[in-house]
Design a protein around this ligand. Structure first.
Ligand SMILES: NC(=O)C1=CN([C@@H]2O[C@H](COP(=O)(O)OP(=O)(O)OC[C@H]3O[C@@H](n4cnc5c(N)ncnc54)[C@H](OP(=O)(O)O)[C@@H]3O)[C@@H](O)[C@H]2O)C=CC1
Ligand SMILES: O=C(O)[C@@H]1CCC=N1
Length: 273
């Protein structure tokens, strides 16, 4: 399947990130079609990555072997209905849905047939080849599985899940979590400005520290993350004062509760969409 054509239907934040990761890791731009109803977004994808672009989703679906459905979940039914109404032969196409909160069963209802399908939960660091994607396969061949793995490994780490319900856990752990880290960074940045650093200095200080912390974890796999934190925390010192304050205010429990809220919302969407 190495020579397959892959079409991204709805080239917004997530498709842009996946395409960027694929290009960075050697996929041929001519094997990738990006669609969007917004011509400006397509022009940017073409300018940045050299991929083919198409405003007509139906043409893209016809030309591609693999179709990545990447519109907002609430828009998915309407999009799929256009394929059904056009009477497209999609029986041999491999579909990949990156949407949160839409099950295989529901996607197949939307497409009006039991298509070959992968549910994928990626995240936006895919753009830099630093992504994580959880994958759940429904009725695909080993060759198709290998192709999908090649695509999503090119954007970072890809793991296959045994149960579809684990997709919702992946949303909480990696799909949504870049936003948790950004929120933490925003909070430090805002306080740095309040302490008198310029906005430019505050941004530079917080991003360098976040990167440094992540790289320390990445490069020292034999040291637990808890130990890395302990290494910064001198007994009776400043970090201890800050960390104890965060713990007293239930930061770990708050994060766990937030992740439960994320999963609950995905489950609720599965009932609504
Ligand atoms: N963003 C993230 O971090 C992650 C997102 N996802 C999933 O990815 C999917 C896309 O999310 P995201 O990229 O953030 O959303 P975006 O809104 O950024 O991207 C979707 C794009 O699709 C376009 N679009 C909508 N309907 C159509 C259509 N019928 N034909 C062509 N283009 C269309 C939208 O245009 P317009 O702007 O005009 O609406 C938009 O540009 C969602 O289902 C989400 O659950 C999964 C993991 C992480
Ligand atoms: O917020 C959302 O619903 C999507 C799914 C994971 C990240 N963004």
């Amino acid at each position: 399947m190495a020579n397959k054509t892959i079409a991204f239907i709805g080239t917004g934040n997530m498709s842009y990130a996946i395409i960027g990761g694929m290009i960075k890791n050697g996929f041929a731009p001519q094997s990738i079609i990006a669609t969007n109803r917004n011509a400006e977004k397509l022009a940017k994808a073409h300018a940045d990555f050299g991929v083919l672009t198409e405003q007509d989703n139906l043409k893209a679906v016809q030309q591609a072997d693999v179709i990545v459905l990447s519109v907002k979940p609430q828009m998915m039914a309407e999009l799929c209905q256009t394929f059904v109404d056009a009477g497209l032969d999609i029986s041999d196409k491999l579909f990949v849905s990156v949407a949160a909160g839409i099950t295989v069963k529901r996607l197949r209802e939307m497409l009006a047939q039991d298509v070959k399908l992968v549910r994928c939960m990626p995240n936006t660091p895919s753009l830099l080849g630093r992504g994580v994607s959880g994958l759940f396969a429904a009725d695909i061949s080993e060759e198709e599985k290998a192709y999908i793995e090649q695509v999503f490994s090119s954007t970072g780490i890809a793991i296959w899940l045994d149960e579809e319900s684990q997709i919702n856990d992946v949303i909480a752990v990696t799909g949504s979590s870049p936003a948790y880290f950004f929120l933490f960074m925003e909070a430090i940045e805002e306080k740095a400005v309040a302490l008198g650093f310029s906005p430019e200095q505050a941004r530079a200080l917080v991003q360098q520290t976040a990167l440094g912390a992540a790289e320390m974890a990445l490069s020292q796999q034999d040291i637990s993350i808890a130990q890395l934190r302990a290494n910064v925390t001198s007994k009776g010192g400043t970090t201890h004062a800050a960390v104890e304050h965060l713990k007293a205010n239930q930061l770990p429990q708050t994060v766990a509760d937030a992740m439960d809220a994320c999963i609950a919302r995905a489950q609720e969407m599965e009932q609504q969409i």
